[in-house]
Write a protein that binds this ligand. Sequence first.
Ligand SMILES: Nc1nc2c(ncn2[C@@H]2O[C@H](COP(=O)(O)OP(=O)(O)OP(=O)(O)O)[C@@H](O)[C@H]2O)c(=O)[nH]1
Ligand SMILES: [Mg+2]
Length: 392
Amino acid sequence: MFGKLKEKLKSALSIFSRKAEEEAQEKVILPEKPLEEKKESPPQKVIEKKKEKVKEIHNVKPEVPPKQALLEKKEKQKPAEKPITTEKVIPTIKSESPPPSEKKSFFGKLKEAITTRTISAEKFNDLFWELEVALLENNVSVAVIEKIKDDLKQELVEKPLPRDVETKIRETLHRTLQEIVSFEKIDFMQTISSKKPFIIAFFGINGSGKTTSIAKLAYYLQQKKMSIVLAACDTFRAAAIQQLEEHADKLGVKMIKHEYGSDAAAVAFDAVKYAEKNKIDVVLIDTAGRLHSNTNLMAELEKIIRVTKPHLKIFVGESITGNDCIEQARQFNELVDLDGCILTKADVDEKGGAPLSIAYTIKKPILFLGVGQKYGDLQEFQPELVLKQLGL
Ligand SMILES: Nc1nc2c(ncn2[C@@H]2O[C@H](COP(=O)(O)OP(=O)(O)OP(=O)(O)O)[C@@H](O)[C@H]2O)c(=O)[nH]1
Ligand SMILES: [Mg+2]
């Protein structure tokens, strides 16, 4: 599902890195620190240099002991106060005394040590644009893009540009995304084993994949040897009860239902009572699709929650709708304080921005990804896998 984003990221990152290298400005930093660092340069180098000088002097006047030769040289470097007396020495001194160029090279080297290539905040914003567009095009939310931008800025702006810019950028992006997708991970099996019956309610807009995800989760739990009861609380949409019933029959699990148009909270209540009486491990509550703006249905949802006190309230959203899905999750979260989410249709989502953004937006974890229409097409969400699939 991250194929397209991975490709875009790869090219945007290499363009970003190349441009950063090209556009970086030479900057001389002159505070005390670099000068101190210079002082700390390996004494061996100084010794070597001195040795070389001594050697040169030796070549000219082998009989002079090195120390004396150096002193003599120093003396001769002093401007004309002491007239040069022997003609023989003059050319030697000329060639061996540090000529202006050598003096320059010393300062040149010092400058090199404290000269560094940096990117200004303004330049960074220009360079980031390409990456920003790639992320936006792939459904990454604005908030996540801002976080990526801030973290990269922190590492790159007005800082010495590292030798391998691309690696630095990749490392920073990896760290940021890891932080984003790993938001408060829940050990699902451990959590649902903590109570009996464990009650989970599912919400979301119409057609987001609630009923299918419930059937997949029932199958998943059956594989883990858990017993399940389904609550057909979508008494609103025609054929919704039959749809869940078909799954219940296929999977061989009990389903509690009432008439169409009846009180959804009463169905949920009965399902919990049935689970308590029959020592069922998990109650899965299917609800009607609704928009957060539908006051009646939202009131009904609040009633289901009040009556059954679910241990997990899960938002089911379609990954392919990207920012719309994130916005819905945010609105549902405000109204019913979600515990996590399931992102469906990840198998047809080529962009992959929603899984990167949703947990960061609602500060609740992604528990599962729906990756197809078969019962087995439910994957536990693994943040590490996302980063791997993004090539980071
Ligand atoms: N490709 C794919 N299709 C899915 C996935 N999950 C659900 N679907 C399909 O999405 C459609 C809607 O799924 P439902 O489970 O009925 O959605 P719902 O949220 O219960 O819908 P309402 O009850 O009408 O609100 C069905 O055709 C499902 O087969 C998925 O992970 N991948
Ligand atoms: Mg449904």
